[in-house]
Design a protein around this ligand. Structure first.
Ligand SMILES: [Zn+2]
Length: 407
């Protein structure tokens, strides 16, 4: 296999999580009577451009046939994040009714609705029908397409180049990252700005966030590598900021390569920090598997210890990262009898692979577990707050990543 960016042969494994079912392939009662499909979950690193990427495997398309669609608007924290972004960009770029904002992977309109409210024309690109329909109900124009160079050029020839192109948590999910980036270039007006948000590989390594690895997540990105990919497409990263989302993300700001915009010191400082932390050193990547294994072993040891002590353990949050963790650890309902999740679409289903049942959060009041393992550690504080009553009754909250601890 060759690197998806620079085409160098991929010779080094960053992380091998064995085989796993797609992280969002939640199962119904009927599904439990059928065979379940597992795919290799192996991540490689390119020793030329340092792009960390999933290994290619057969039948990748099947992964995306899942009926489950995530609606961004279900997270209140994310809505606030989107609103403050819209306000910031409108001021900074002086967007008006003559501007155009394009969001790639516009989901249910959680972000663009803020621009609509401010009277700024916008266009969403979203291939998923259910979320696109939700956005249209909010008055947002949506093209139901996958984004890439072809669509970017089509937008340019139809007078739809954008002053601002936003992509939140889409860049890491595109298989053809070069084609996608050329699409950004084509759809960007002269003088326009691109912003992309993605989980920062540096934080993934620092905090052993190996559970954020799943099949649909094709790339794990550093600023260094994104800058290279932008450069190859005729773009330039001129600014960046760190965000707390998803355990530590970057928001990068891009423009056409030849523009006079000055590159900020923040970009240089982060490039230096990435180098200092060894992001362009092979050993950094080769040491990661052992760190991930320690997290897995500690979780298993904890669950076995509690089972032997006769304690009740449950989990909260049927999130993709929970599936990666539980499947890699081989946890089954004997060690973790149920998971609670507030999303009605997941309730009464089963976690892929582990087949742990997903229940409504009210089950916690009935069961009163001794320990509640919060699988989406990035929202641990929020979950703890929502379940303060349980804590009063004696339940202890646990997170497994970056290390097992009572929180
Ligand atoms: Zn490469």
């Amino acid at each position: 296999m060759k690197c998806r960016h620079c085409a160098a042969p991929l010779e080094h494994t960053f992380l091998d999580l064995g085989f796993a079912p797609p992280s969002n392939a939640y199962l119904t009662d009927d599904d439990l009577a059928r065979p379940e499909k597992y795919y290799p979950l192996k991540i490689k690193v390119c020793d030329q451009c340092w792009l960390v990427q999933t290994e290619d495997y057969a039948q990748a398309d099947e992964l995306f046939s899942s009926e489950y669609a995530y609606f961004s608007s279900t997270s209140t924290g994310w809505l606030a994040h989107a609103a403050s972004y819209a306000e910031k960009m409108t001021g900074q770029l002086q967007l008006t009714q003559d501007s155009l904002v394009i969001e790639v992977a516009s989901n249910d309109g959680y972000l663009l609705k803020n621009f609509v409210a401010a009277g700024i024309p916008c266009l969403g690109i979203e291939p998923t029908a259910s979320t696109a329909a939700a956005a249209e109900k909010l008055g947002i124009a949506v093209m139901r397409e996958f984004f890439g160079e072809q669509l970017g050029k089509q937008l340019a020839t139809t007078g739809k180049q954008a002053d601002l192109i936003a992509g939140n948590n889409v860049y890491a999910h595109v298989p053809e990252i070069n084609d996608f980036t050329r699409g950004l270039k084509a759809a960007l007006k002269p003088g326009g700005t691109i912003t992309l948000e993605f989980p920062h590989l540096m934080r993934l390594i620092e905090h052993t966030q190996f559970d954020t690895v799943y099949h649909e997540h094709f790339s794990y990105l550093s600023l260094y590598t994104v800058e290279r990919i932008f450069k190859a497409a005729g773009l330039r990263v001129w600014d960046m900021e760190e965000l707390p989302t998803h355990g530590g993300s970057l928001r990068i700001y891009g423009c056409h390569a030849k523009e006079a915009r000055v590159t900020t010191p923040a970009v240089r400082a982060m490039l230096a920090e990435e180098a200092r932390r060894g992001l362009q050193t092979l050993a950094t990547y080769q040491n990661f598997q052992a760190k991930a294994d320690r997290v897995k072993d500690d979780l298993l040891a904890f669950l076995i210890e509690q089972k032997r002590a006769g304690k009740k353990v449950a989990a909260y949050g049927a999130a993709a990262k929970g599936n990666t963790l539980l499947n890699y650890a081989g946890v089954k309902p004997d060690l973790l009898p149920f998971v609670c999740d507030a999303a009605a679409a997941k309730q009464s289903k089963f976690m892929p692979g582990s087949h742990i049942p997903i229940l409504a959060p009210t089950a916690l009041d009935e069961q009163r577990p001794d320990y509640l393992v919060i699988l989406p550690w990035n929202i641990a504080a929020e979950v703890k707050q929502q379940n303060a009553k349980l804590a009063e009754l004696g339940t202890k909250f646990v997170t497994a990543v970056p290390k097992l601890e009572i929180v």
